[in-house]
Design a protein around this ligand. Structure first.
Ligand code: TYD
Ligand code: MG
Length: 471
């Protein structure tokens, strides 16, 4: 062991190993991320005698294996993102900012499963037993038969779990607090997180319980330590949302047992996280019609259509570089759209500060939002409200053309369901393509170019400018 105690420096952001300390990681460029860790036995070498090697059976491609058993937690929004429930023997990483509600959600899921007769163990390495009990009381779950422990020494936890057959679910809150003593690094470092994760995943597979690892994410959105676990676990879910908003989104980014891109929507209340079965209605609840700079986007999150309000505000720039403040959308995409509006449609916004916000705190990644953002911008520029009963979707190309997007009919159905009367969408070119079958009562306005949208606001940008200069 003495000969192997060589110091090495591990980047906590990407896992690169350096022989000597430097201010900046050479592999990923992150500053101040190198931490000294002592080279130690390989992860997983948890003082276990080496078993004798034996042959492994090789099988053909044909043949069937029964699907692994799933346990629905009973929290539908959580189960949806999981792809139907927790799979026995699998590991799920739940990442998110501190304070976003990970422990709350996991305690609720644990209590539900326990109440349905499963054996559930909740290990907290961050809070005291009393703190968890307090939360359970507040959530009205104090009676649920969850077995609780405050521990962070992994060998103790492993021994405890191994001594109890038939556990259904184990929650580790959080993986960053777990440690093994044959590593010199402090808990939370890559070496410890990787080793603890490996050991827990191995336990889940051999003992057959579903494992949930809670992991904290750094401010910039990267799961710094737990990132190294992403390839080890079967599913990675991110819990996100703006701290000041009550909405929380659980987003699947990897799932070996289901679809990714699925979202679960929750609302943080006084009694914990409440499921939001109809997110569109909630996201639009505070919308005020007839205000310039607002447009409703008919989006798709995973398999589910979601209507969202896009808000744009233009302010005269006081001098210097104009501000581009974006919440919930991609700043590069906004820059592209502003350039297209200026170069292809003659709408100059470069002298303005532009603020763009997706109301409700959801983050949109779809290019289909382009048309709604453009509508909000044009509406703000022309000081003309969009029709409050209209939804928008479509991708904008660099020449200003409006491009088709997937799942148009699902978007239209959601709009009709929520009482919208019309939709502004990409023109279906006469390519023999399938005609859209819009829901009854929904009027379609198909447009081929961003210029058509601008024209529909009936106020030419130049005329508005002239009016402003005299007024
Ligand atoms: P928590 O689950 O501790 O977050 P994490 O584990 O991700 O760090 O949630 C913390 C926040 O949630 C805290 O600011 C208080 C709030 N909260 C509620 O609003 N209502 C509740 O019923 C609970 C339990 C927490
Ligand atoms: Mg917590």
């Amino acid at each position: 062991m003495a000969g192997r105690d060589k110091a090495r420096f591990v980047c906590q952001a990407c896992g690169a190993v350096a022989a000597k300390w430097a201010g900046r990681c050479e592999a990923c460029g992150t500053w101040n991320s190198l931490v000294e860790e002592v080279a130690a036995p390989r992860p997983g070498a948890l003082a276990r005698p080496k078993s004798a090697s034996r042959g492994i059976p090789l099988v053909g491609l044909a043949g069937t294996t029964p699907p692994p058993p799933r346990r629905a937690t009973g929290i539908a929004e959580f189960d949806r993102v999981l792809g139907g429930g927790l799979v026995a023997g699998s590991a799920v990483l739940v990442g998110g900012d501190p304070g976003i509600g990970k422990s709350t959600l996991m305690l609720q899921a644990a209590a539900r499963l326990a109440a349905s007769g499963q054996s559930v163990v909740y290990i907290t390495g961050e809070e005291s037993i009393e703190q968890v009990r307090l939360r359970a009381r507040r959530l009205g779950l104090a009676e649920a038969p969850v077995e609780l422990a405050a521990a962070s020494h992994l060998p103790d936890i492993a021994a405890t779990l191994e001594a109890r057959p038939g556990i259904g679910l184990v929650v580790i809150d959080s993986i960053q607090t777990m440690w093994l003593d044959n590593f010199d690094a402090v808990p939370g470092t890559l070496t410890q997180v990787r080793a603890a994760g490996f050991e827990l995943v191995r336990l889940a597979k051999t003992l057959g319980f579903a494992l949930v690892l809670v992991g904290h994410v750094t401010k910039d959105g990267a799961i710094a330590g737990p990132r190294v676990l992403e390839h080890m676990v079967d599913a990675v879910l991110y819990f996100e949302g703006e701290r000041g908003h009550q909405f929380r989104i659980l987003r699947g980014v990897k799932n070996r047992f289901g679809a990714t891109d699925e979202i679960g929507v929750f609302e943080m209340t006084d009694h914990g996280l409440a499921e939001v079965a109809n997110p569109s209605a909630l996201f639009l609840a505070e919308r005020r019609g007839h205000i310039a700079g607002s447009a409703v986007f008919a989006g798709i999150e995973g398999t589910r259509p979601v209507l969202l309000e896009v808000q744009a505000l233009l302010a005269p720039n006081a001098g210097g570089t104009p501000r581009r403040a974006v919440l919930g959308w991609d700043a590069g995409r906004l820059a592209m759209l502003l350039a297209v509006l200026e170069s292809r449609c003659g709408l100059r916004l470069s002298g303005n500060d532009v603020h763009l916000n997706i109301a409700g705190g959801l983050r949109i990644n779809e290019p289909a939002a382009d048309l709604a953002v453009a509508a909000a911008l044009i509406s703000a520029a022309s000081e003309t409200p969009t029709r409050p009963d209209t939804v928008y979707f479509g991708e904008v190309g660099l020449s200003g053309e409006i491009r088709q997007v997937a799942q148009a009919e699902a978007r239209l159905r959601e709009a009709a369901k929520l009482g919208f009367a019309s939709a502004c969408l990409p023109l279906r070119l006469a390519r023999g393509g399938k005609r859209l079958a819009p829901p009854e009562g929904l009027q379609l306005t198909e447009i081929g170019h961003l210029g058509d949208l601008l024209a529909s606001f009936a106020v030419a940008a130049t005329a508005r400018k002239a009016g402003k200069n005299t007024g």
